[in-house]
Design a protein around this ligand. Structure first.
Ligand code: FES
Length: 359
């Protein structure tokens, strides 16, 4: 019997780690230099953790700590975790623009998943383009996958004022130009704006895509709004690590979650949160990768009658930390429940409606 025959019906990872031939020796032996014992290869789910950590992507620079919580969850549930890096598109430094590299990053994600012995994958996204690039790449592979977002920064603070990432940079810059703000104050405000780990805490693209991931059902409930430094973010990471192992056992692939109904839900939620228009570009790309027919007219059709319920900068007043304390995305989705497909399935193993009941 060939190795292919012997591995038929087994987990994907067993095509690398199963058996007693030369190739299995190679795959296991080299992996053992990570300190892995024999039972790491005994057929248990092998979970990739796709990490967009980079110090050049400050929004994701805390991921080395966050990933440890995911790994603990995977191990607790009986899986074997393998963390791996992919190209990280950071908004603040990458020139000429991170948008040019989103598709390149998605190819990196796709080939890293496809070419390695992974049964399921956790996608660690934060800064704007990292979340869509991860979801696009994973959607093309269609294996069990879940998103863990890095979470927003705490509210910025400067001399009694609340500062929003980006939003107040433009204001302050104009105030300096008009002589209403000194350069010393401008420099001091710089340190108050980004005062904790995490991504932009306005409802910019990062917060929007974290919200879209939750609305699509590819995260556990509460993912979008917990600040990066909130212990509930680490707890959610750990629970997602546990959950991905069960998802592999249930063969719960992305295509079961990323359905037409899920995208319609996300479009409606984007209207309710006043999300970034970049979500249009990213959701269309993700839909294309998973084979869901979605186009611009759907944004008009499903977004048209949705009331904007969330008052966050850049167009509104508050920030993601406030949004978290107000109940986060489950609270918003609960308010527009009659507009949502409650039977859309989520990575939690429950429908969106059941998830909202429990929120
Ligand atoms: Fe990274 Fe805004 S610069 S989320």
């Amino acid at each position: 019997m060939s190795d292919d025959d012997k591995n038929a019906g087994k987990r994907r990872s067993q095509a690398w780690f199963g058996g007693t031939d030369k190739d299995a020796f190679l795959h296991r032996s080299w992996a053992k230099n990570n300190g892995l014992p024999d039972d790491a290869f005994d057929g248990r789910p092998v979970i990739g953790i796709c990490n967009t950590f980079s110090e050049l992507t400050p929004c994701n620079a805390h991921f080395r700590e966050l990933v440890e919580h995911i790994k603990r969850g995977v191990i607790e549930a009986g899986g074997t975790p393998f963390e791996f890096p992919v190209f990280s598109c950071g908004e603040t430094m990458l020139r000429p623009t991170a948008m040019l590299f989103r598709n390149l990053a998605s190819m990196d994600v796709e080939e890293a998943i496809r070419g390695n012995p992974l049964d399921g994958v956790i996608l660690m996204g934060g800064c704007d383009k990292t979340t869509p690039s991860l979801l696009m790449g994973a959607a093309s592979c269609d294996i069990p996958a879940a998103v863990v977002s890095g979470g927003p920064m705490l509210n910025g603070r400067f001399r009694g004022r609340t500062l929003g990432s980006g939003t107040d940079v433009w204001k302050f810059s104009e105030e300096v130009r008009s002589g209403r703000m000194s350069e010393e104050d401008f420099m001091a405000a710089e340190s108050g704006m980004s005062r904790s780990p995490g991504h932009c805490m306005t409802m910019g693209t990062a917060s929007t895509m974290a919200s879209m991931s939750e609305a699509l059902g590819v995260t556990l409930a509460g993912n979008a709004a917990y600040p990066a430094v909130d212990a509930r973010r680490n707890r959610l990471a750990r629970l997602t690590g546990r959950r991905i192992v069960s998802m592999v056992e249930e063969d719960l692939r992305l295509s079961r979650v990323l359905t037409r109904e899920a995208f319609e839900n996300a479009i409606r939620v984007n209207g309710a949160i006043g999300g970034s228009t970049n979500a249009v570009i990213h959701l269309l790309a993700i839909a294309g990768r998973i084979g869901v027919d979605l186009d611009l007219t759907d944004w008009d059709r499903f977004g048209r009658d949705v009331p904007c319920l969330v008052n966050l900068m850049p167009s509104g007043e508050y920030l993601m930390e406030d949004f978290c304390y107000a109940g986060g995305l489950p609270a918003v989705m609960g308010k527009i429940r009659d507009l949502l497909h409650e039977d859309a399935f989520t990575i939690s193993g429950r429908t969106m409606g059941e998830q909202l009941n429990a929120a």
